[in-house]
Design a binder for this molecule. Structure first.
Ligand code: ADP
Length: 334
């Protein structure tokens, strides 16, 4: 697995669980989202009603699952977790909805990947706290309406634009999660280091933060790799130099670009002269799925000002040429 991929695997999930902030006040960064959420939660608590459904959009590893857990914790409500790909049939969703407790928080990760029939069932559930259970097949099929407990849906998606409008419209509030600033990631790292018992000087924390692609999950992962490196090669002492050497070893460069980022950028420059080139063509040229390039690499490259999206395709900026130490063709920037 890639060190800076933003997805978590099995073992990592356990470590992540230990590092997760449990309450809104502990959640670092995303000031606007935090304020919006705290208003929604507080007013729901005052009215003693479940809050409106919440949609969270943003790249993997920015804290969407963490916030869903926090929402439940702040409400003192139970939490059920599932994901779009797990909801293949309407029956999968009906089984969950019909067993929800009053006020329960239902978290659906990757909600844009839910199958169509489940999605349609969800519309009615979100709006009227009711589902139609279809019994039988063909012309003899009948729909039996079933009331379900009032609940709060928290949906997460890597791109709100991928959601069908009827679904998007049924959320009372969309939280747009941005990449984190370096200073915010330094705070995330300080907190995690304390929990992991790692002595992390500020300058070393800054070195890791700058290379974490604006993503807390990656920051926490790089911290663990730096700790390993320090244990084996530096007598357990972490300083800026140790952090930098460790991250170089793992091919995370000074701006946090990983191998996939550099492959995408390199192909754009070397094979397509800086573009414009279509996303799928670019993805094929680095042997990746278009979705991986679009969800994992591109948002960060765009935010770093290395790639621009244009109507004719992806284009490298002047900074991209500089970053890879290459000279753009004379006519590149008109
Ligand atoms: P997502 O669901 O968006 O992929 P997660 O909620 O699973 O991301 O977050 C990944 C990890 O990053 C969590 O284990 C958590 O420890 C850490 N994390 C995310 N956001 C924050 C934050 N704002 N403050 C502290 N840690 C965070």
């Amino acid at each position: 697995r890639e060190l800076v991929s933003a997805d978590a695997d099995g073992e990592e999930r356990q470590i992540e669980a230990a590092l997760r902030p449990k309450r809104l006040a502990e959640f670092i960064g995303q000031a606007r989202v935090r304020e919006q959420l705290s208003l929604v939660l507080e007013s729901a608590l005052r009215r003693q009603r479940p809050p409106d459904h919440v949609l969270m959009s943003g790249s993997p590893g920015l804290g969407k699952t963490t916030l869903a857990m926090i929402i439940a914790a702040e409400l003192g409500a139970p939490l059920r977790i599932t994901s779009g790909p797990a909801l293949e049939r309407a029956g999968d969703l009906a089984a969950i909805l019909s067993t929800l407790a009053d006020g329960e928080v239902l978290f659906i990760d990757e909600i844009h990947r839910m199958a169509r029939p489940a999605e349609e069932m969800l519309y009615m559930a979100m709006e009227d706290f009711r589902v139609d259970i279809v019994v039988g097949k063909g012309p003899g099929a009948t729909a039996i309406p079933l009331d379900i407990a009032p609940f709060t849906l928290v949906g997460a998606t890597t791109r709100a634009g991928l959601l069908p409008a009827p679904l998007r419209d049924r959320f009372g509030f969309t939280a747009h999660m941005d990449f984190y600033e370096t200073g915010e990631l330094e705070l995330v790292l300080r907190r995690s280091a304390a929990l992991l018992g790692v002595d992390l000087p500020d300058d070393a924390g800054n070195e890791i933060a700058r290379r974490s692609r604006g993503t807390p999950r990656i920051a926490n992962r790089l911290l663990r790799r730096v700790r390993d490196y320090a244990d084996v090669r530096a007598g357990g002492v972490v300083d800026r130099e140790v952090a930098a050497s460790a991250l170089d070893l793992y091919e995370v460069d000074g701006e946090g670009l990983d191998r996939l980022d550099r492959a995408v950028l390199g192909a754009l420059l070397r094979k397509f002269g800086g573009g414009p080139v279509g996303l799928s063509t670019l993805a094929v040229s680095v042997g990746e799925e278009p979705e991986t390039v679009e969800v994992v690499a591109e948002p960060f490259l765009v935010r770093q000002g290395l790639i621009a999206r244009t109507p004719r395709g992806r284009v490298a900026t002047a900074a991209a040429w500089t970053h890879l130490g290459m000279t753009p063709p004379p006519d590149a920037f008109g």
